[in-house]
Design a protein around this ligand. Structure first.
Ligand code: ADP
Ligand code: MG
Length: 386
């Protein structure tokens, strides 16, 4: 990957930067100061370009407008928050392509910032449309990708665009790729990965990929339900999601490195033990958290680990009755002296809720992108920069 650091002369150059500003916007049209971490994460790249006196053109998306202009998904609130954080005025273009954008960009001075309107107002963006990418590129001299979290998708603003401009990685993209690559390929041992949450189809491939790289794989949440079921253990009415549990058999389910819950909390908050044979133990109930003995074993492994990656809550933590497993894992992480990486929207929300977000070493900004990276998938946005 070519780095933004390698660009020799940035002075007066029009630099088109893909960022991820997909942040929650309140009903009052304001981006909450607690939820602007995605904006804060790209400030180093923006500040570097400001210092080098480039003309900075930012492109981003917000929400899922699905190829139509949606008033509530315009980038005004993002523009305001970015401007506050930088203590600088930020101009917002009324569109992301077209004559108006050209005019605005032509009048830019060195050290100015223009934010283009929501890319996903055009369906061409998500189709990796070359003609659309060419139009985006036409206003700039250089392209920088600083949006790791969308780089697993072949979209025009991360993939096709690299055919039209000299293309580089921004500081955030570079940092996320470096940290995750080292964590996966060269972890300090013992290394532990904790996988939980809901979308088992996106998480089972990670378990498969890390099996021979990591010492311990701890599984909770719906992902664990799927594995329990695949092993023929009764999971009652537990949530499995849209996956055929047979899919889990692609993993070596008997591998000693793989730890699945052996006691669980079910919907009436009772503790039940899950064992290989007794069918009907969970019966009409649902598994909603890991149990205390599983918590204890998982915690001990985590505390003794030198590298810990965590994605996905252990249970339905939004309800306090089922938050214990997730909280105990978080506490064990805080206690551990190992290097700690977390990712996933709900995992980040849980840690933030417990007040531990600043106790981990790295919070990955890319949810789906992190999952694909950890599963060893090639990412179109990153491949395009090689
Ligand atoms: P992340 O965003 O961290 O990647 P996911 O989106 O995959 O995590 O999953 C988080 C969701 O999974 C949470 O809303 C949580 O309530 C739910 N969840 C976890 N365990 C269970 C369970 N046993 N039953 C039902 N829902 C669960
Ligand atoms: Mg989620």
């Amino acid at each position: 990957m070519k780095s933004i650091r390698e660009i020799k002369n940035l002075k007066g150059k029009k630099v088109l930067v893909r960022v991820d500003f997909n942040v929650p916007v309140g009903d009052d049209g304001v981006v909450d100061g607690k939820e602007d971490w995605r904006i804060k994460a790209v400030l180093p790249t923006i500040q570097y370009l400001l210092k080098k006196e480039a003309k900075i053109i930012l492109m981003a998306h917000l929400g899922r407008p699905e190829g139509k202009v949606v008033e509530e998904m315009k980038l005004g609130p993002v523009q305001d928050r970015l401007s506050e954080l930088l203590e600088l005025s930020v101009t917002r273009a009324p569109d992301c392509v077209g004559d108006m954008v050209k005019e605005i960009v032509d009048e830019m001075q060195a050290g100015e910032i223009v934010l283009l309107e929501n890319l996903r107002f055009y369906k061409e963006e998500e189709k990796d449309d070359e003609e659309f990418a060419r139009k985006l590129a036409s206003s700039a001299d250089i392209y920088v990708n600083d949006a790791f979290s969308v780089s697993h998708r072949a979209h025009a603003s991360v993939s096709a665009i690299t055919k039209f401009l000299p293309s580089y990685a921004g500081f955030l993209l570079e940092k996320e790729v470096k940290i995750l690559s080292e964590a996966i390929n060269n972890p300090q041992k013992p290394a532990t990965i904790i996988i939980g949450g809901a979308k088992a189809e996106t998480k089972l491939p990670i378990i498969k990929f890390v099996m021979d790289k990591y010492n311990h794989i701890l599984v909770g949440g719906v992902v664990a339900n799927v594995i329990l079921k695949a092993k023929g253990i009764d999971t009652g009415q537990s949530l499995i999601g849209d996956i055929d549990p047979e899919e889990a058999k692609k993993i070596d389910l008997d591998n000693k490195k793989l730890y699945i819950p052996f006691d669980v909390i079910v919907c009436n908050s009772k503790i039940k033990r899950v064992e290989l044979t007794p069918v009907g133990k969970i019966g009409d109930e649902r598994i909603l958290d890991i149990g205390p003995d599983t918590e204890e074993l998982f915690s001990k492994i985590i505390v003794d680990s030198k590298m810990i990656i965590w994605n996905g809550p252990m249970g339905k933590f939004e309800n306090e009755k089922f938050a214990s497993g997730t909280r105990k894992i978080a506490e064990a992480m805080v206690k551990s002296k190992g290097y700690k990486i977390i990712g996933g929207g709900d995992t980040i929300a849980a840690l933030s809720q417990f007040g531990y977000l600043d106790k981990v070493d790295y919070v990955c900004t890319g949810g789906g992108a992190m999952l694909e990276f950890l599963a060893g998938e090639k990412m179109p946005g990153i491949e395009a920069l090689k």
